[in-house]
Ligand binder design. Structure first.
Ligand SMILES: [Zn+2]
Length: 238
């Protein structure tokens, strides 16, 4: 990761997610570790996940607040865009542009652009567009333009080869605690009324753990999270 910039940034990291729980799945350990190390981290959910098979909006918001507290997030916001109705159009992307300009992050994070859930893919593209538009001083000139240093992609459902891995071994339990806050999504509670089995209730968290172990293995970390940067990562030297 590049060295801290000297310009007047607001957040070190701004993480976008389509649904509450996406960011925790893909990079909850990175968020916990960064906050522990003194970085300012914000999380923006695009939707309330109102199309989820299990759990209503109130429940999921309560769970998201609990997960945020576990991670120690500085900021968590929901843009209230329609679940299963994300569109790569200005009326929606401009909300992301405004958020980037308001929080002035050094680094922006988005879901990886290949994922079995189409909303994760859409979210990825929307963030890419928003990061670009946010830096154009003539785009919506009533808001001051903002250029983020870097955009990174994190993984939600699928496994792809990461280009960067971060050791999250010593915060992994904290990540899992944040994820377990989403009881409506991950707990196999078939005795409840109005509940259906989904991929999330059938050992999903075990798969998250397995992926974190897999990403750690090449560098002999017990657990790691993986990322793909958009564009080259600058280094100071070898
Ligand atoms: Zn999701």
């Amino acid at each position: 990761m590049s060295a801290k910039a000297s310009y007047d940034y607001g957040l070190d990291m701004l993480v976008f997610a389509a649904h509450p729980d996406d960011a925790e799945i893909g990079m909850g350990g990175t968020i916990a570790k960064s906050i522990r190390d003194g970085l300012k981290v914000g999380l923006i959910d695009l939707t309330y996940a109102e199309m989820s098979s299990n759990g209503d909006v109130d429940t999921r918001q309560r769970e998201a607040r609990e997960a945020s507290a576990v991670l120690g997030l500085t900021v968590r916001e929901n843009l209230g865009l329609p679940d299963r109705g994300l569109r790569l159009e200005a009326s929606q992307v401009d909300k992301l542009v405004s958020a980037i300009r308001r929080y002035r992050p050094r680094n922006v994070f988005a879901p990886y652009y290949i994922d079995r859930h189409p909303d994760h893919v859409k979210c990825s593209r929307m963030v890419e567009e928003a990061v670009f538009n946010a830096k154009l001083r003539r785009y919506k000139p009533d808001e001051p333009a903002w250029t983020a240093d870097m955009l990174y992609f994190y993984f939600i459902n699928d496994v792809h080869a990461p280009q960067l891995v971060l050791d999250v071994t010593d915060v992994h339990e904290q990540k899992m605690k944040a994820l377990r806050a989403y009881r409506s999504q991950f707990e196999p509670s078939g005795d409840q009324q109005d509940w259906v089995q989904t991929p999330l209730t059938q050992g999903y968290l075990d798969n998250v753990i397995a992926r974190d172990r897999l990403f750690g293995q090449p560098k002999r970390f017990a657990y790691a999270e993986g990322f793909i940067p958009k564009g080259p990562v600058a280094i100071d030297g070898f």
